[in-house]
Design a protein around this ligand. Sequence first.
Ligand code: NA7
Length: 537
Amino acid sequence: SAGTEPTEVDAVVVGAGFAGMYALHRLRADGLRVRVIEAADGVGGVWYWNRYPGARCDVESVDYSYSFSEELQQEWDWSEKYATQPEILRYANHVADRFDLRRDITFGTRVTDIVLDEQALRWEVRTGSGDVVSTRFVVLAVGPLSNANIPDIAGLDSFEGGVFHTAHWPHEGVDFTGKRVGVIGTGSSGIQTIPCIAEQAAQLHVFQRSANYSVPAGNVPLSDADRAAQKANYAERRRLSFLSGGGSPHEAHPKSALEASEEELREAYERRWQLGGVLFSKTFPDQVLSTEANDTARIFWEEKVRAVIDDPAVAELLIPKDHAIGTKRICTDANYFQTYNRDNVNLVNLKATPIESIDATGVQTTGERYELDALVLATGFDAMTGSMDKLNIVGRGGQTLKQAWAAGPQTYLGLSVAGFPNLFNMTGPGSVSVLANMVLHSELHVNWVADAIAHLDAHGAAALEARPDAVADWVQECTDRAAATLMPTANSWYVGANIPGRPRVFMPFVGGFGVYGQIIADVAAAGYKGFDVIEAP
Ligand code: NA7
């Protein structure tokens, strides 16, 4: 509560998801006074909010978990290869209890303003509850996929059935039994939830704007023997993960897709298909580097998907025509495409007949009208920068972060912004971010920041601030690396294409998690090259 909160701290952490929780643990262990401010009533970030039926991680549980504590790794038992949302949330709560995190977290409170005092080099953090905290460091751990995108559709507010965004799902759940349900959106969230809702609802209409690539998730329960093997091998697995492209151990085929024979291609894709999971899009090392290589995966995928859909006309609509496979995050599913064989499921092609309006009882497209009792918005997020834009972050000269990023996010290493000393951003634009395992990425970032703070203190320095030239170089490097791939060619949320008015900039660093980790470590080892280390005022 406001009364018991310290008004002077060393670090304010915004958000108590995986990055924020570890930031608290690590910085507190380093002797800092830390205050975490979290809008939700509990820890877990995206796993607190995204409670829709079918919500599950697409990174293996053994990887999508903290590595910082060997005791934690050994004592926690994952029940499935890919954990469900409730299990991940239980894990987050377990971590909060085990490391006594809650006493330094203010829940149910939203940060509104973060304003620099340029003379003192301190930040004033204000919250919606009227709290004011003065701090030396700010760690933004708000998450790249946390600001829900509510589509701008005429009449949406007038709908009298329930409207449920996947990222704001009611805690008590929703019973669709006997109901006529509409789902708008066929990204990862839609593709996970549609098969579950189809089993319950009387009738399900799926409103699809763009078809998406999805592969079988390949989830399986873990046996005691599986868990024992994982626990015995953690050290090596983590070592490989921190060197890997995406934060989980993976070895691509030794050949380029263009060098491989027809038989080798088929064998490799089939093996990945049977295993399941997002690594299908990394079967060959060059799959997103050229259209020719990409086509080998796309053709295999199409054949697999057409084979399980009864109606060829429906199959045609479900096959993407507008982007290369893997250039939007590939989705993983359990019987998604088969769901369209059900009598109670209907696919509405919004490309042919866009939604005109919504009223009290249904959705009107330019083609037909659909009477509905409930509407699910699986419409995603104002990704990467959306949650930071909602904060009034004011740096040097009264410039806001939003102004500084008007032409797209401008960071050095994804960690720091010129004009915003001692403000660090976790897993956002300019870092590998959503292209990697976010738990290990969070650890990497937090450890880097904690080491940087220790460096400042060891040298009696006040602040670390990215230099404008280093920012310009980093933005260029991220752009160049992306341009050497097919990744920026898709209208994805990686380039902000899903939000009207966003500048088109490819935001994540595509060079790989291991490479990125080495780059930021080298910068630190070189005495924070590219940063100004500012003396005490
Ligand atoms: P996504 O992947 O952004 O998917 C959102 C879906 O909603 C996508 O199919 C969109 O179509 C659709 N959408 C968005 N706005 C509209 C409007 N106005 N009308 C119709 N359809 C719309 O979000 P998810 O939550 O599924 O997944 C986000 C990430 O979370 C995922 O990649 C994982 O990393 C975890 P579009 O493709 O834009 O035509």
